[in-house]
Design a protein around this ligand. Structure first.
Ligand code: SAH
Length: 498
C-alpha cells in the first residue's frame, strides 16, 4: 500500500502560529521534509524518532533542487510512508506547493493540504498593520518580487501603482529600493506610507515605517526574510503595534531546565515577547526500582507525613508505584507536604492533593512547617534527590524532628546547547534557574562565561544562594510557579528600563 503526502504550512515564524491540524500531521509523519524558513520552535515539535530532511533553499544556493524534492516525496509515498512536506507560511502562497502535487497526482498518490498562516497577512499583523481597513484600503495584493536568478524581478510595477489598496511584496531583502522607485516612477505618490518588516512574528522582528521616497534609506541594510508593505494602512502601525510593546520584547532569556519541565515557562516567556533559548543543564534519572517501589509501598504506612521537594521526585515515585501495578492509594490518608505549587500540581496529575504547601518557596519555610507538624509527634519521610540540599535536614535536626530520607532520583549535568559565546557577546539578558542542581549543571559547562553580563532568575532563596556563590547577580522568584517567575522577570525589566 502506498503512503501519502501531507503539505503543511508552518506559518511565518512564531511556532504558536502552526495550526492544530498541522501539528497532528507532524505527529503522524514517518518523514518530514522542511524548508529554510521553518523555525526551530516548529522543528522541535517533530517527534524524536521521525526522520527529518532539510531541503531548505538558500538564495543562490539550492541544496535540494525542486525536481528532487518532488521525487523524494513520491518515493517515500511509494514506500508506504506518510511524508509531511513542511513549508514556511502557506504552501500555496508562493510556496510551490502545487508543483509538488503534480507528480503525486500523476502517480495516483494520496495527498492532503493543510493551509498555513501566510506571512503576507501575519507579518503585517505583528507589526500593527491590518492589511485592509475601512476607509484606508479595501483590497489586498500579494506580489512576489523574487527572481529566478537574482537579477531584477520580472514584475510590472506600473500595474500595481494604479491598483490602489494594500500591496504586500514578498521578496529578496535587497529589493526595497527597486520596488519603491519603480512605484514612484509609475506615478505613485512619493509620500505613500510603507513598511519594511524583517523576521516578522519572531523576537528578531525589525520594522521600519516610512514613505516610498525615504523607506530605502530608513531601512538601511535589510535581512531576509523580509517584505515591503505599501499603502495607507501602514500609518496605523504606530497605534496598533502590540507585538513590540509586549513586556519582554527584545529580551533574550535562557531556560536551563528540560523542555518537558519548563515548556510552561518557555511558552509563557515567548508569549510575553521574549526570545527564549532552551539550554537544559541537567536531566533527572529515577532511582526507584520495582523492588524499591514495593518496599516504599509498605514503608509509607509507618509515616505521618511524606515530603516531596520537586516535580521530578513526584514523577520518580509515582511512576515506580504505577510500575508495580499500584496507584495513589498506597499513600492512604498519610499527609503530603510539598515545597511549592509546581510540585503540588505534579502530584495532582496522579490524583493526589498536597496537605502542606508553605507560602514561600524555600527549604526554610518547608522546614518550619514540617517542624511544627513534627512537634505533634509526626514521623516524616522525605523523598528527594541524591543531591538534595542539606538545609532542610538542618532545620529538622534543630527542631528535633524524627525523619527519614530516601533518594528517589538523581540529577545529571548535561549540555545540549552551550551558550558561553552568546553570553560573552552580551546577547543573554536572563538565565533561569529552578534549583541548585541547574546552577551546578550550568557552571560545569559554562566555566568561561562572563557571569556579570546577565541576571540569574532563581526560584527561592536556596537556589539564589548557590547562584550568588558562583558569582551571579540574582533576582528571586519567591514561588516556583510560572506566573511568579514571569512576573519577577517582567518586574526587573521594567525597573531596568526606568
Ligand atoms: N509561503 C510563504 C511565502 C514564501 S516566499 C508564506 O505564505 O508566507 C518567502 C518570502 O516570504 C520571503 O522572502 C519574505 O518576503 C516573506 N516572509 C516569509 N516569512 C517572513 C517573515 N517571518 N518576515 C518577513 N517576511 C517573511
Amino acid at each position: 500500500m502506498p503512503g501519502k503526502v501531507i503539505l503543511v504550512g508552518a506559518g511565518p515564524g512564531d511556532p504558536g502560529l502552526l495550526t492544530l491540524k498541522g501539528r497532528e500531521a507532524l505527529e503522524s509523519a514517518d518523514v518530514v521534509l522542511y524548508d529554510r524558513l521553518v523555525g526551530d520552535g516548529i522543528l522541535k515539535m517533530i517527534p524524536k524518532g521521525t526522520k527529518k530532511i532539510n531541503v531548505g533553499k538558500q538564495s543562490g544556493n539550492h541544496p535540494v533542487p525542486q525536481e528532487e524534492i518532488n521525487r523524494l516525496l513520491l518515493d517515500y509515498a511509494l514506500d508506504g510512508k506518510t511524508a509531511v512536506r513542511l513549508k514556511g507560511g502557506d504552501s500555496f502562497v508562493f510556496g510551490r506547493g502545487g508543483e509538488e502535487l503534480e507528480l503525486l497526482y500523476k502517480n495516483n498518490i494520496e495527498f492532503e493540504v493543510i493551509p498555513g498562516v501566510t506571512s503576507a497577512t501575519a507579518v503585517p499583523a505583528y507589526a500593527g498593520i491590518p492589511v485592509t481597513h475601512r476607509g484606508a484600503s479595501s483590497s489586498l495584493h500579494i506580489v512576489t518580487a523574487h527572481t529566478r536568478d537574482s537579477k531584477e524581478p520580472d514584475i510590472d510595477l506600473r500595474k500595481y501603482a494604479e491598483i490602489g489598496g494594500t500591496l504586500v511584496f514578498l521578496m529578496g531583502a535587497a529589493m526595497v529600493g527597486y520596488i519603491a522607485e519603480g512605484l514612484m516612477d509609475a506615478g505613485m505618490d512619493r509620500y505613500t506610507p510603507c513598511a519594511v518588516i524583517e523576521n516578522g512574528t519572531t523576537p528578531r522582528q525589525r520594522k521600519t515605517i516610512g514613505t516610498l521616497c525615504d523607506i530605502e534609506e530608513k531601512a538601511g541594510s535589510v535581512h531576509s526574510p523580509a517584505m515591503i508593505v505599501v499603502g495607507a494602512v501602514c500609518e496605523l502601525s504606530g497605534r496598533f503595534d502590540w507585538f513590540s510593546r509586549l513586556p519582554l520584547y527584545g529580551k533574550t532569556i535562557a531556560v536551563t531546565r528540560h523542555e518537558e519541565h519548563s515548556s510552561g515557562l518557555a511558552g509563557r516567556l515567548r508569549t510575553a515577547g521574549a526570545n527564549v533559548i532552551e539550554c537544559p543543564c541537567i536531566h533527572t534519572e529515577s532511582l526507584v526500582t520495582k523492588r524499591m517501589a514495593r518496599e516504599l509501598k509498605i514503608e509509607v504506612k509507618g509515616y505521618d507525613i511524606i515530603v516531596f521537594t520537586s516535580a521530578s521526585g513526584v514523577r520518580a515515585v509515582m511512576e515506580g508505584i504505577y510500575d508495580i501495578g499500584c496507584d495513589a492509594r498506597v499513600f492512604g490518608d498519610t499527609r503530603i507536604a510539598v515545597i511549592g505549587s509546581a510540585t503540588a500540581s505534579a502530584l495532582e496529575g496522579y490524583g493526589l492533593r498536597a496537605d502542606i504547601i508553605p507560602d514561600k518557596y524555600s527549604g526554610r519555610a518547608l522546614g518550619k512547617a514540617l517542624s511544627k507538624a513534627a512537634e505533634r509527634g509526626g514521623r516524616i519521610l522525605m523523598l528527594r534527590s541524591v543531591e538534595a540540599n542539606r538545609r532542610l535536614n538542618e532545620i529538622l535536626d534543630e527542631a528535633g524532628a524524627e525523619y527519614k530520607e530516601i533518594a528517589v532520583y538523581r540529577t545529571i549535568p548535561e549540555c545540549e546547547l552551550n551558550i558561553t559565546d552568546l553570553i560573552n557577546k552580551g546577547k543573554i539578558d536572563y538565565v533561569t534557574f529552578t534549583s541548585g542542581s541547574t546552577v551546578h549543571g550550568f557552571m560545569q559547562f559554562h566555566k568561561h562565561a562572563d557571569l556579570s553580563s546577565f541576571t540569574a532568575v532563581c526560584i527561592g532563596d536556596t537556589t539564589a544562594e548557590e547562584a550568588g556563590r558562583c558569582g551571579m547577580s540574582c533576582i528571586i522568584s519567591q514561588n516556583a510557579s510560572v506566573d511568579s517567575m514571569l512576573n519577577t522577570i517582567i518586574g526587573d525589566s521594567i525597573f531596568e528600563a526606568e
